[in-house]
Design a protein around this ligand. Structure first.
Ligand code: ADP
Ligand code: MG
Length: 474
């Protein structure tokens, strides 16, 4: 492909259309950093040639955003071209900070560094990101699924650095309240003055700020912000990896703050022990304090959330409708919020009060007919398949044996029943030889705790879960 850099885009404007779409899909800040400076010299059914300022962008986009780029091109054009990146020959002077670390390329040294915007302005308690005013403790509905994390978050907010929860690491799947809790901690500290200097940031921002500082060959402003925090909250730490230098920086920040008894709070989409690409010493530090997870909320919690959010919209939802919506949307709270907004929109559009009928239409329009998306599975099925996995009988699994390996199998099974069915704790207990619901709670806690520290155990549990679920859809 000689000279491909100079090819003229035969479909001008397509990449711009893709960019508009991408802009709507990701955080403004992320877009600004990674996409705003890209262009395309060729985009057709065969090849998408995307030009970026430096070779560092090539790595980063390939590693983190390739799927998004691919799906967006597909969405706009219905093509699935090969995607290639190339470094722009002469980035315009206004192109922002070149982030090239390659030693063979001295362009970064030749181009005068553009000014890097200051991250924190005004009072020191200002966050790196603006906090969402809706993300407060008062707006957080507490249920069994998030009770533990909520309580830990509150303790930390009340006495940052002074509890044994340092760092506090909260992990969960998407849309279950990590960002909400982290920002609630920050908000509480600011409003009640429990910490002088509150710094909330995303891992990605923490990382790009560092790159910019390095590029400017002056890390003093960066260090000033992050290492002088009284409480540092880093959201979505799983996005922070990349180079050794970055990890070293995170380690330094961590050590500095920790030694000064400053509070560190992190969120992650998985247990720290299973984070990929992190040095062991970082992972072990993540586990020095408290690691706490947020589970999917149970039906009661989902109903409470619907009622609260409807109240925010000034709408009252009849109990049967709230129940129906909560039953249908059980994946995460963000989806639940989306479904509720849709429901309210429908009712306004139809000029009719919120009703079961409108709720059914809403669910249909969202393509979420639950019996199709997540087939129901019963407790006894889960028991049968778990017992099958361990090659023991269901009687043994649910019986009174206290042999270690049987107890473990029993606890895993209870945990799976909890995760995969809507059954209340009480009925799970009943189906396990008439045990008390507190036994089920303890079992689930045990399993969750072990999952957060033991990767082999994670593999075991997900293997069993896969087997259980495979049977369902077959
Ligand atoms: P995550 O960061 O885990 O992906 P978020 O914190 O962004 O999830 O939560 C998604 C949405 O759900 C947010 O609008 C948040 O306010 C809401 N939410 C999550 N948990 C709760 C809760 N327990 N009570 C009320 N709203 C919640
Ligand atoms: Mg989040």
């Amino acid at each position: 492909m000689r000279g491909f850099v100079y090819m003229v885009d035969k479909h001008p404007g397509l990449w711009d259309q893709c960019l508009r779409k991408i802009e709507g899909k990701i955080e403004a800040d992320t877009y600004g950093t990674w996409f705003a400076q890209t262009s395309s010299s060729q985009l057709d059914a065969r090849l998408a040639l995307i030009e970026v300022p430096t070779s560092f962008f090539v790595d980063w986009l390939e590693e983190h955003w390739l799927d998004l780029i691919r799906s967006t091109i597909k969405e706009i054009t219905s093509w699935a071209p090969e995607i290639r990146f190339s470094v722009k020959k002469n980035p315009p002077a206004s192109a922002g900070a070149p982030l090239d670390f390659s030693t063979s390329d001295d362009s970064a040294a030749r181009t005068p560094a553009p000014p890097v915007e200051p991250v924190v302005q005004g009072p020191v308690s200002e966050a790196v990101f603006p906090l969402n005013p809706r993300y407060r403790f008062e707006d957080f509905i507490v249920g069994e699924s998030n009770q533990f994390s909520f309580t830990a978050a509150k303790s930390v907010a009340e006495s940052p650095g002074a509890t044994s929860y340092n760092p506090l690491v909260i992990y969960s799947g998407v849309g279950l309240g990590k960002t909400h809790l982290l920002q609630a901690i920050a908000d509480h500290c600011v409003r009640n003055g429990t910490a002088g200097r509150v710094v909330y940031t995303s891992a990605e921002r923490f990382f790009t700020d560092y790159l910019k500082a390095i590029q400017k060959q002056d890390t003093s402003a960066y260090v000033e912000i992050y290492r002088n925090a009284d409480i540092l909250l880093i959201d979505d730490i799983q996005f922070y990896v990349k180079t050794e230098a970055c990890q070293r920086e995170l380690l330094h920040t961590f050590n500095t703050l920790y030694q000064l008894n400053k509070q560190i709070v992190l969120s992650s989409d998985r247990p720290p022990s299973t984070l990929k690409g992190f040095e062991d010493r970082l992972i072990s530090r993540f586990q020095w304090g408290l690691v706490s997870d947020i589970d999917r909320p149970d039906l009661e919690t989902r109903m409470a959330i619907i009622n609260q959010k409807a109240g925010d919209h000034g709408v009252r939802i009849p109990a049967d409708v709230a129940r129906f919506m909560a039953e249908q949307v059980d994946s995460n709270i963000r989806e639940l919020e989306g479904a509720l907004t849709q429901l309210i929109t429908f009712s306004v559009y139809k000029r009719a009060p919120v009703s079961l009928e409108i709720a059914r239409d809403t669910i249909k329009s969202l393509g979420r007919v639950k019996s199709m998306t997540s087939p129901a599975i019963s407790i006894s099925e889960i028991q049968r398949r778990t017992a099958g996995y361990f090659d023991i009988s269901v009687e043994m699994l649910t019986g009174a044996t206290r042999r270690q390996e049987i107890t473990t199998a029993r606890h895993i099974c209870m945990y799976l029943c909890r995760r995969l069915t809507q059954a209340p704790l009480k009925s799970i207990g009943t189906e396990f030889g008439n045990r008390d619901h507190t036994t089920v709670i303890h079992a689930c806690r045990n399993i969750a705790a072990r999952l957060s520290t033991d990767p082999d155990f994670q593999v075991l549990v997900s293997r069993i879960q896969n087997r259980v679920q495979q049977f369902v859809s077959a």
